[in-house]
Design a protein around this ligand. Sequence first.
Ligand code: HEC
Length: 147
Amino acid sequence: MSTPTKLFVVAGVILGLAVGVSAQSVPTANPVVKVVRVPVRPIGTCDGRANFEAYCASCHGADAQGLGPAARGLETPPADLTLILVRHGGSFPSAHVRESIRGNHADAALREMPEWDRVLRSVSRSDQEVDIRLINLVHYLESVQQR
Ligand code: HEC
């Protein structure tokens, strides 16, 4: 097991950088924006809730409602992820949510969020593992929707 452990330590450094850079990439036109760095804990499990807590809660909050510790460093407030169902008229848009997370979203407002396709790749051992993490994250979000 020594090799995978090593891999994840390196991946953790890459992930930490990715999120740090993202939190810093606020437009320079607004000099009062605070830069917040939140350490990101690398995890090996593909469980949706665990991945959310490790990689998403810093901005979106542990309760997914958008008030994580890094939220104040962003110009665009992170979305309340428990209201996706309500905002989409009662039908959960799984494919849209998945693409938003991956970073393939046309909406420019999403630019302050890391492109998770790339970041998840850095902590996963295969493309299949990236897919499983994404699917589990989408299912987890679907499970926390307000009705
Ligand atoms: C660096 C801060 C940050 C992190 C970390 C982050 N996000 Fe975001 N996220 C944002 C911001 C900012 C937005 C854009 C808010 C908006 O919709 O205008 C956003 C938007 C989203 C949206 C679109 C919401 C909608 O209604 O369409 C989804 C879905 C989402 N994030 C999921 C995730 C998931 C899952 C993770 C973890 C893998 C994550 N985010 C991690 C900042 C972050």
